[in-house]
Design a protein around this ligand. Structure first.
Ligand SMILES: *Cc1c(COP(=O)(O)O)cnc(C)c1O
Length: 360
């Protein structure tokens, strides 16, 4: 740290991304990427002709991409905001709807970035503990006494994979007309129900989705939000005050192509859901507690081996999963769903580890 840094930032604890190793080839089940490549249409769109156009700025409005999303999700262009990954939308939402003396509410166990954005903007963060079974305590969000601010709920939640129903989300929306309710749907395509079309009914609802997981485009950095035109306008104001060209040309072309890929991505999601159920049932047979996930990962705890120990042992055997140090979840690991073959390797290695450890 230099002596020039804004003192307000000196104690900021930044987000720690999952490992992206370069030194060795691991089976990567640690950052919830898709095991499948982007669709053939996406690969074709990111071509030499498009690359030659990189001398030009991209369309700052992203008009064609907004239209493609509006068509796909049955909303208007004015309901759509485009971003450089959904992380950028979270960033803008904390700045727009909580900074300046208001609070942010989110679960104690959820996506780690929420706390980072709250800290970055000096926003008091109220962390509402998950229930004993790790489900989101939605009733507590319906009984907040403060006016204004931002409620942020990942649905399905990470790293648990557990989901609230749309009826429960509607209760939160109705109880908080003075707050923005952000529903982070990074994993919604793996079996949960999206709140996207509730944006017509609730002007305080901000739905955030990403192409990083279900659409195999984590490297392209593209996410979008759907909301009332007024909320979208607020986000646009911040975008045009920071980085009007936030979506690069190649990503724009890739995202448009992704939306014209027929059922390619839906088929991939279906495969991942099937593999998830297979892996969950095999893990249960090996003595794991497995939360009922509707995401592309499983959150699991062994009756026989500690969370940190299993993480380390798997890493030694060439498999990366995600382990969190937080006390309440440190006996768990979050395992991304890979291909059937990758999951079979994982299950075999876990059996080896348990044997070596003197169990089974
Ligand atoms: C992966 C993830 C994101 C970030 O997605 P990007 O679009 O890659 O920035 C946001 N929220 C949750 C809950 C995630 O798991």
């Amino acid at each position: 740290m230099s002596s020039y840094l804004n003192p307000a930032l000196s104690s900021l604890e930044s987000y720690t991304p999952g490992e992206q190793p370069t030194e060795m080839k691991y089976i990567k089940l640690n950052t919830n990427e898709s095991p499948y490549p982007p669709s053939p249409e996406v690969l074709a769109a990111v071509n030499e002709k498009e690359a030659a156009l990189l001398r030009l700025y991209p369309d700052p409005e992203g008009s064609a991409l907004k239209q493609a999303l509006a068509d796909r999700y049955n909303v208007k262009k004015a309901n759509i905001f485009l971003a450089n990954g959904s992380d950028e939308i979270l960033n803008f939402a904390f700045l727009a709807f909580a900074a300046g003396g208001r609070k942010a509410w989110f679960p104690d166990i959820s996506y780690g970035f929420y706390q980072v954005f709250a800290d970055l903007y000096g926003i008091p963060a109220v962390k509402i503990p998950l229930e004993e079974d790790f489900s989101v305590d939605y009733k507590s969000y319906c009984a907040l006494s403060d006016k204004g601010g931002l409620i942020c709920i990942a649905n399905p939640n990470a790293p648990t994979g557990l989901t609230l129903s749309l009826a429960q989300i509607e209760e939160v929306l109705k109880a908080n007309p003075d707050k923005v309710v952000l529903i982070d749907e990074a994993y919604v395509d793996f079996g949960a129900e999206s709140a996207l079309n509730l944006t017509e009914k609730y002007e305080n609802l901000l739905v955030v989705q990403t192409f990083s997981k279900s659409r195999s485009m984590a490297g392209a950095r593209f996410g979008f939000a759907a909301a009332s035109p007024e909320l979208i306008e607020d986000l646009e104001k911040i975008k045009y005050s920071t980085n009007p060209y936030n979506i690069n040309r190649l990503t724009m072309a890739a995202a448009i192509a992704a939306l014209k890929s027929g059922s390619y991505f839906e088929d991939n999601c279906r495969k991942i859901m099937e593999i998830r159920e297979y892996a969950a049932s095999e893990l249960r047979k090996s003595g794991f507690s497995v939360l009922p996930s509707l995401a592309n990962f499983l959150f699991v705890k062994s009756d026989f081996i500690g969370g940190e120990k299993l993480y380390q042992a798997l890493k030694k055997k060439g498999i990366l999963v995600r382990h969190f140090e937080k006390e309440r979840i440190c006996e768990y690991n979050r395992i991304t769903i890979g291909t059937q073959e990758e999951m079979e390797t994982l299950l075999a290695k876990i059996k080896e580890i348990l044997k070596e450890d003197g169990n089974e």
